[in-house]
Ligand binder design. Structure first.
Ligand SMILES: NC(=O)c1ccc[n+]([C@@H]2O[C@H](COP(=O)([O-])OP(=O)(O)OC[C@H]3O[C@@H](n4cnc5c(N)ncnc54)[C@H](O)[C@@H]3O)[C@@H](O)[C@H]2O)c1
Length: 372
């Protein structure tokens, strides 16, 4: 019999090793530790101090600086990787080769070629591969998705989103690779389609060659257009998305204690009363702020990972979605490299192939952008 979360009664907890205990990794340890569906058996980091911190808090967890020890440990069924992006592919690939299920923090890999390779390997071995797109488990994000999917908002005309704050500057990864995965995964989840094309402008204000502000415009096959603003340089923290539909509009503000506000507002263009005389009708109705579950997205995400391993279902944050996100990031990086030229999503692949055939060609440097 399946329980509410997909984990069957009687299933043993999934024995997980967490790799990378910097800023984010300890959150994975805490959530997994508190889940009945999981058991944190090992924690791994190259940094002794990071290990010691986790060790003081969770004395039963074995600690190691050696990743090969994690892979050789028959008591480890799955690894959860929270290391810098440039290491994702190598660590995830080694874990799959060792027969472990893999959760890897966003973005799935530093290039779409690497991400695709991970998908193929996981598939071939029947292992779960899940990227950490935490926002797909956020209750407000899911409320907005329901409003879109149910048709309550009508046709989605456009979406405008700002994810900006002061810091944290990453010296070796652009803001597109760092913050972009959040918005690109949410858009993919809400609209259930990939953009056909995008253009992106950026500036490297602090570290030369590392974009810390970017404005990205995306076009979707449905006609929806989207503007995404990402920055580590901003006077205040904004996590605000406006979704404008033909029937209603929504503001999702992740920093507010009313994170979703639904506006029964719009404009219509009735048939003209006399020839050629158009009169717009603006409607400003009620504003509703639905009750939101207090669940922590990371708990739900880790639970989905364990359920996927035990039940074999595809997690909501699927590897295929993770690959799509990397494709959008690559397209944005290519457009930035070409001074904002519109590119079709997937064009980075085309560009890479062109370089392979003609190594002298000036390359749109998309592969290296994901490295940190
Ligand atoms: N889902 C989210 O909301 C969210 C939020 C923040 C960060 N992240 C992601 O988490 C990942 C880590 O980010 P961070 O900010 O914690 O980075 P960080 O630099 O603070 O921590 C990375 C840690 O990994 C360790 N490490 C590096 N290589 C290693 C290896 N080969 N073996 C073992 N340990 C190794 C480092 O010593 C460091 O302690 C990134 O992919 C980032 O995108 C996700």
């Amino acid at each position: 019999m399946a329980s509410r979360n997909g984990h069957r009664i009687g299933d043993k907890p999934v024995r997980v090793a967490v790799v990378g205990l910097g800023y984010w990794g300890p959150n994975l340890v805490r959530n997994l530790f508190e889940l009945p569906e999981a058991e944190v058996t090992v924690a791994c980091d190259l940094d002794q101090e990071a290990l010691a911190k986790v060790g003081r808090r969770y004395p039963a967890v074995r600690l190691t600086t050696r990743y090969p020890d994690v892979l050789d440990d028959p008591d480890v069924e799955a690894v959860a990787i929270a290391t810098p992006v440039s290491t994702h592919y190598e660590l995830a690939c080694a874990a799959l080769r060792a027969g472990k299920h893999v959760f890897v923090e966003k973005p799935l890999a530093g290039s779409s070629a690497e991400a695709e390779d991970l998908l193929v390997r996981a598939d071939a071995r029947g292992l779960t591969l899940m990227p950490g797109h935490t926002f797909l488990y956020s209750p407000p994000v899911n409320i907005v998705r329901e409003l879109i999917v149910s048709g309550e908002l009508g046709d989605i005309y456009f979406i405008s989103t700002s994810r900006v704050n002061l810091g944290l500057h990453q010296p070796d990864v652009s803001v597109v690779w760092d913050l972009g995965p959040h918005d690109f995964s949410i858009l993919r989840y809400w609209l259930n389609q990939m953009p056909v094309a995008l253009s992106a402008l950026s500036r490297s204000c602090i570290f030369p060659g590392t974009p810390d502000v970017t404005f990205i415009n995306l076009q979707f096959p449905s006609g929806t257009i989207v503007h995404v603003e990402l920055a580590w340089l901003a006077p205040s923290k904004l996590r605000r998305t406006a979704v404008v539909g033909s029937r209603k509009m929504v503001v999702y503000d992740d920093t507010s204690n009313e994170p979703v506000r639904i506006f029964d507002s719009g404009v219509s263009l009735p048939d003209p009363e006399t020839f050629g005389e158009y009169k717009l009708t603006y409607r400003t109705g009620d504003i509703v702020s639905p009750r939101i579950d207090a669940a922590e997205p990371l708990t739900l995400e880790m639970r989905d990972f364990c359920a996927a391993i035990r039940g074999g279902a595809v997690p909501r944050s699927s590897a295929a979605l993770g690959l799509d996100v990397v494709r959008v990031i690559e397209a944005a990086a290519l457009s930035i490299h070409c001074d904002g030229r519109p590119v079709s999503v997937g064009a980075a692949d085309v560009e890479r192939e062109a370089r392979r055939r003609d190594p002298g060609r000036r390359m749109a440097a998309v592969e290296g952008t994901g490295s940190r």
